[in-house]
Design a protein around this ligand. Structure first.
Ligand SMILES: *Cc1c(COP(=O)(O)O)cnc(C)c1O
Length: 453
């Protein structure tokens, strides 16, 4: 029998998270205060996050210990399996070796509990009573609801209206773990009421939902906010994924030439890719790491590297990142987790320094890729994950054309079992090719008054 699944035992769950900042040749530029435009220190984040997470946000230590209690909860679903995609290789008739790390085995079905559990743990340590957050496709809200329930913390989720309507069972899942869920924009916040008054039919955006969750946390001392991507500490927690994958590939006697992951704010990409970039930094390896984004929200491939707000309402510090502009509202594609206007600071700096690559895929192409994968490997991928699969297919086809075998690793960061509406729309021909014009991107960026770099 072929060895399809490469497993680790529970005691092989990594004991530390890897902080890539320690190895970066150019460190990320500092966040700026939006009023004074002066660099801000970590204390500015104190109303929103517990101190330990703020420390992790700015630390330059290369390794950060994972608390035992967090590893203990991880062991509910970790280590996650690494699969050799024999079925996909055969379907593509490629000489490439394809592996995928499967994060869909977590309780909420994606990589997101890796950071949700850690964040809830540090909030609990510091006596926080309620955590607010936003969610796009519902994956992050579910992960945080699961984690908060474990620690007895209340959870309030602002869910992008489009997903709230498309994915009612994600909401029910959050309710099952005890979370309160609001369609965003909502009447529960000042920014929500303002946006609804201006545009009652808006489908919402992640940027708006972030503004609502931040507003709630900033107005109550026992309430903090949690973010499911973008920030440094979130990427740090996700490095558990790549570290496990590296151990698993070592067991299989392999090392990837190419590492691929879908890209929303950068956390699952960082999680898989950073431990491999470490080998590039430490050992001079030349592993290509490719981020896959939707062509309808192409901040990495067509955005501008400059300071911008993390949210639509302009409440966060200014961050140096690739962005389409914080007021950009992407087309209502099904990959809700990838509809974010900007990119995390670390990933943005790595892209600017050409240490990683980015590609964009059309909405139709990614569903074709998702169905090819589901037929070949069985698992139905989340619409977000299909973006990475589209890149894998392109790279595998290049191998075939060039007659070379390369080893490709990608992150199957979530299953699509709650995304049947998306697949149904694809099968009934409702999903259209969608390409943003240069004029649309220019118009969105032209609204920015934030500093250029
Ligand atoms: C949230 C999410 C993403 C995108 O977020 P990143 O921070 O870029 O990882 C991708 N895939 C799935 C399944 C998600 O839930």
């Amino acid at each position: 029998m072929k060895n399809r699944k490469i497993l680790l035992s529970e005691n092989e769950i990594p004991e530390k998270w890897y902080n890539i900042i320690a190895d970066m040749p150019n460190k990320p530029l500092p966040p700026l205060h939006p009023g004074t435009l002066e660099p801000i220190g970590p204390e500015a984040l104190a109303p929103l996050f517990p101190m330990e997470l703020i420390k992790q946000e700015v630390t330059t230590d290369k390794w950060v210990d994972i608390p035992d209690e967090v590893r203990n909860i991880y062991s509910l679903w970790r280590p996650t399996p690494l699969y050799r995609a024999y079925g996909l290789e055969k379907a593509l008739d490629t000489p490439a070796k394809i592996y995928y790390k499967y994060e869909g085995v977590s309780p909420s079905g994606s990589h997101k509990p890796n950071t949700a559990v850690a964040q809830a743990y540090y909030n609990k340590q510091e006596g926080v009573k309620t955590i607010t957050t936003e969610t796009g496709a519902g994956q992050w809200g579910s992960a945080l609801a699961f984690a908060c329930n474990h620690f007895g913390i209340k959870c309030e989720v602002y869910m992008v209206k489009l997903s709230y309507d498309h994915k009612p069972y994600r909401k029910t899942m959050m309710n099952t773990w005890g979370a309160k869920v609001f369609p965003s924009p909502s009447e529960a916040t000042a920014i929500g009421r303002k946006i609804l008054a201006e545009n009652p039919n808006t489908t919402g955006s992640l940027g708006i939902a972030i503004s609502e969750a931040v507003e709630r946390a900033a107005s109550d001392e026992h309430t903090k906010y949690a973010l499911g991507s973008v920030l440094n500490h979130v990427k740090l927690h996700q490095t558990i994924v790549g570290q496990e994958a590296l151990k698993q590939l070592e067991k299989a006697g392999d090392l990837p030439d190419i590492v691929i992951a879908p890209f929303g704010g950068g956390s699952n990409f960082a999680g898989l890719a950073f431990p491999f970039l470490r080998l590039n930094f430490e050992q001079g390896k030349n592993i290509r790491c490719i981020a896959s984004e939707p062509s309808s929200c192409p901040k990495l491939t067509r955005g501008e590297f400059r300071y911008d707000f993390g949210d639509t309402g302009g409440m966060t510090p200014l961050l140096p990142m690739y962005t389409l502009g914080h007021t950009f509202v992407p087309a209502p594609i099904h990959a809700g987790g990838l509809r974010y206007h900007g990119a995390g600071v670390i990933v943005s700096q790595l892209l600017r320094d050409q240490l990683i690559e980015a590609v964009a895929h059309d909405n139709l192409e990614v569903f074709e890729a998702g169905v090819i994968f589901a037929k070949a490997e069985g698992i139905i991928p989340a619409p977000e994950a299909t973006h990475g699969i589209a890149t894998v297919i392109n790279e595998a086809q290049k191998c075939k054309e060039e007659g070379v075998s390369r080893t490709i690793l990608f992150n199957l960061c979530g299953h699509g079992n709650f995304d049947m509406k998306a697949y149904e729309d694809y099968f009934s021909g409702k999903i259209q090719k969608h390409e943003l014009s240069d004029a649309e991107i220019k118009a969105s960026l032209a609204q920015l008054t934030t500093p250029t770099i």
